[in-house]
Design a protein around this ligand. Sequence first.
Ligand code: CTP
Length: 407
Amino acid sequence: MQDLAGKHIVLGLTGGIACYKSAELCRLFVKAGATVQVVMTEAAEEFITPVTMQALSGRTVYTSQWDTREPNNMPHINLSREADAIVLAPCSADFIARLVQGRADDLLSLMCLARPMDRVALLIAPAMNREMWAHPATQRNLMQVAADGATVLGVGSGWQACGETGDGRMLEPAQLLEDITAFFQPKLLAGQKVLVTAGPTFEALDPIRGITNHSSGKMGFAIARAAREAGAEVTLVAGPVHLPTPRGVTRVDVLSAQDMLEVTTHAAQSASIFVATAAVADWRPATQSDQKIKKDGSGKTPVLEFVENADILLSVAKSERAQARKLFCVGFAAESENLAEHAKAKRERKGIPLLVGNIGPLTFGQDDNALLLVDAKGVRELPRAPKLTLARELMAEIAARLPDWRA
Ligand code: CTP
């Protein structure tokens, strides 16, 4: 997806072994539609060559404030004014200290100081040894750069090039891309607490087998990501799916509908928006065998009995909090035909302000989808698009409805 289309990013590299990851980050930026201008410090050039970064960004790299290519000989002014953001990745402990002091004795620090703060964001991806990261001087400096208007993207944890293990690694390029993409999204849900259910449930028959469905969880995960990007605090209650957790989202894994009901009911007590995308099993086996159900050789098949699962969305929508209009509930309906009709009926049956309909067989496992939004005023279609695009549009639709609904 061209999430960064139209954005111009200055990618600043400072000295650190994580420079090898910046090559991939540059490639991901370009793939996401951004134009990238790489600027490197002298120390960064010890780790990776400007040739590599030039080839990946498609632009010659700047390394010196005395670069004569600029007609006015002011690359620090020209380059910083064109940018939507300066991304420092990797940003060394030394460079953070230099930012804190407002030093300006090389091109990159000069650009950071000269950037128009109101429109050119400064994002920092620190990278250093765990002891350097934990040092009070570094932590103090990080707090100061954040107070001065920079966005600190955090660090990863794990094996470090020095052979030690701990915090301080630069985040992986894909994680940085996710964080930087999120940074550019409008914060329509700032201050909201969003709860999302996603994926199928698994209703065990015995320790080996169970009943489940084809839900991939992709739409719910996209919604959790979009809500987080929009500035909300997000809890994602996920059935058994193989999907990575969106950055910054609190994920609780569950198996059965009963587990999902318990976790969701609890989380709903403090949420302000609930989006139920999970394909919850309508029934579960009436009994669950402790041991594997065996064939007895007679050719007789087992007779399975089922009981109905609680409707999680219905029960949350009936809660005091939802009834007092402190919790905006959104349901999903997967239909095979007569989408508008079924969706309207379902919205009323569940007593919720917004229901999102989609055609089941056209969405399960797919990366894109089309949605039909049904509320008290009528029906609106969100045409076929990637699930993340639709999720972002849905977050905007929810944000737009909140003031009136709460009034
Ligand atoms: N839902 C839920 N708990 C259940 C069943 C459904 O929270 N036990 C939620 C789903 O997450 C979704 C919506 O309710 O948001 C779907 O409603 P439902 O009436 O179950 O739809 P279908 O399964 O499509 O039902 P039907 O068989 O009536 O078409």
